[in-house]
Ligand binder design. Sequence first.
Ligand SMILES: Cc1ncc(COP(=O)(O)O)c(C=O)c1O
Length: 378
Amino acid sequence: MTTTKISVPLLDLKLQYETLRAEVEPMLHEICDSQYFALGPKVVELENEISAYVGARRAIGCASGSDALLLALMALDVKPGDEVICPSFTFFATAGAIRRIGAVPVWADIDPVTYNITADTIAEVAKNCTRLKAIMPVHLYGQTVDMDSVLETASSLGVPVIEDAAQAIGSRDATGAMAGSRGTIGCFSFYPTKNLGGFGDGGMITTNDDALADRMTKLRVHGGERRYYHSEVGINSRLDALQAGVLLIKLQYLEKWHASRAKNAKLYNDIFGAAGSIGLVTPQPPTVPARHIWNQYILRVKDGKRDELRDHLTDQGIGSDIYYPVPLHMQECFADLGGLPMPETERAALETVALPIFPELETEQVEHVANTIVSFLK
Ligand SMILES: Cc1ncc(COP(=O)(O)O)c(C=O)c1O
């Protein structure tokens, strides 16, 4: 078993850029020559491509995944004091968007295997709601929630579903449908660390509802359908042409990158599986036609050894991170909210660690990371 010190970063975007430079640079010059920077034809082209890729009737570009969530809530008329069910085990933006418009995040606990909220945990917290207005599940790490049961529960509660698909472009549920294609609205992030990442911030909203799509298209430009005529108050959330240009190029490689990530995940799982019982729980890919897109590979480390293992990886020059160390119900800014106990969320925050999974990793690097972990825990 290898113990050589080979440094492996958690993510190296420069490697990907090297493979794209020849295509990206002329496109950047083209946009500079056009001096058309905000929205415009490149953004429309990307919206059409994403709508076709995701399988949603409409796609609307916006400035970030956080804004996508905010615009979705605004378009669904979620008002101050309304309740929105969401996970506590997610990136801050999920609940941040809800709170920012004055609505109340209601925390649902996660399934310990998928790390996603479920129809059962949603139904449990819905019992205590008096002003429930929407459900906002997150397809965490690139694996969808169980859409069939979540949609059924939402329908029985009479509320829409806003899919936070920020980490999940291209992931498929048990029916084979892509994240963002079945909920009332789907929200995507093109932050650089995502499987489809731009050169800065960017986001996209998907929906099959034309009226909602038209409203969000208006809300992203200060609520004006025509320039200088405003029927309601929106926000400034335009997607840049430069981002759209980069994303259009990258979209051509997205399926290949998903496949490389899946290959890396399988290699980790094979090596950890062969190591026997060493206190690890590996992520389980769902059965086809469902698909995990492995935005993150998350390992659960038992027996209180997660932090020790992380320190060891850092000493060995191996990148790792914790997504997320402080659940949202434990954040200072949400201290007033209360809610049911969140045992699985709190356990996941203490036991999980993200390993390098990006597509350009060499097989030897994945083996080295996995073998370093196995040697340490054995
Ligand atoms: C689950 C989740 N929701 C929302 C967002 C917000 O996206 P953005 O960073 O593009 O605003 C992110 C981004 O990291 C995310 O991971």
